[in-house]
Design a protein around this ligand. Structure first.
Ligand SMILES: NC(=O)c1ccc[n+]([C@@H]2O[C@H](COP(=O)([O-])OP(=O)(O)OC[C@H]3O[C@@H](n4cnc5c(N)ncnc54)[C@H](OP(=O)(O)O)[C@@H]3O)[C@@H](O)[C@H]2O)c1
Length: 275
């Protein structure tokens, strides 16, 4: 049994496609011929990606909701599969972290939100994808975006959520080994995204300073404009990765022969700047 060696017409759902890693995956796969379904809370970046995908000949749909709304998440996946008659790939990417925060002084409300987003929604996203893949007899990939924090024992509550992601991933791989559904955990190191929106500002300013940027243009939600993210990445490329490399890795995972399951990938820039 083999899988097709291109992305043409594959139906791909991606959570957290409005920024960073998820947006790069959506743009890359959509521009390579897949029909991508994007979701996030912030609509305009996804509309921009959808325009780019359509002008490259692909198809894109955009939905806006909080991934912690588990019913909305399940019905979004089911309707993507119902409208195209298939679900080839589910990328559970939406997530955030408070890297650098301590447990002693941390905020339990932040921990609750991290658990709901990074763990609970990811598990429900997996379950919804399995149902959709089974009901449409699709040969599928579930790709869970974890972190190198899952490789460390001292990575705090954020790391605990990513340890949980890897546990869910390995458990699912075993559960599904007699079905045509493959399961992969992608563990990135440091990549240039808006992940920094929940990270201590002094740390972000320090990194920007190393890239020669003295004034950061944060918006009201602590996001940075793409041109500053790119500027930091390009100046510090040896330690801060370019998200297009993660998108390439995801394409590689999807296009492997169906009898081959890439269970885990650790992908990071050459130098470990923070992790
Ligand atoms: N960047 C890194 O160095 C790095 C390293 C290891 C792992 N990761 C993981 O990579 C994934 C993507 O992060 P990123 O670095 O690309 O950060 P990012 O630029 O902040 O993107 C995060 C994405 O997740 C979405 N999201 C977060 N919470 C959500 C919620 N409750 N409901 C719906 N969407 C939500 C965001 O949507 P809105 O913007 O619309 O709110 C955004 O699209 C995360 O799981 C993160 O843990 C990142």
């Amino acid at each position: 049994m083999t899988t097709s060696n291109n992305l043409n017409d594959k139906t791909i759902c991606i959570t957290g496609a409005s920024s960073g890693i998820g947006q790069a995956i959506a743009q890359h796969l959509g521009s390579s011929g897949a029909h991508v379904f994007m979701m996030g809370r912030n609509r305009s970046p996804m509309d921009e990606s959808a325009d780019l995908i359509r002008s490259a000949g692909g198809s894109a749909d955009v939905a806006t909701f909080d991934v912690a709304d588990l019913e909305a998440l399940s019905s979004w996946v089911a309707s993507a599969a119902a409208s195209t008659g298939r679900l080839d790939v589910m990328v559970n990417n939406a997530g955030f972290g408070d890297v650098g925060a301590t447990i002693a002084d941390g905020d339990p409300a932040m921990w609750k939100a991290m658990l709901e987003t990074n763990v609970l929604a990811l598990a429900v996203g997996c379950q919804a994808a399995i149902k959709a893949m089974r009901s449409t007899s699709s040969q599928g990939n579930i790709i869970n975006i974890s972190s190198v924090a899952a490789l460390q024992r001292e990575s705090g509550v954020y790391g605990a959520t990513k340890h949980a992601v890897n546990c869910i991933n390995s458990s699912l791989r075993k559960e599904l080994q007699d079905e045509p559904i493959r399961v992969t955990s992608v563990m990135p190191g440091v990549f240039a995204t808006n992940f920094t929106r929940n990270v201590d500002r002094t740390m972000v300013e320090g990194i920007a300073g190393m890239a020669g940027i003295t004034e950061l243009e944060f918006d009201d939600d602590s996001r940075l404009p793409q041109h500053q993210i790119d500027q930091i990445q390009q100046a510090l490329a040896i330690g801060i990765g370019d998200v297009t490399h993660i998108a390439n890795a995801v394409e590689y995972i999807i296009l492997q022969p169906s009898e081959l399951n890439i269970e885990e990938i650790v992908i990071r820039p050459q130098k470990s700047l923070l992790s």
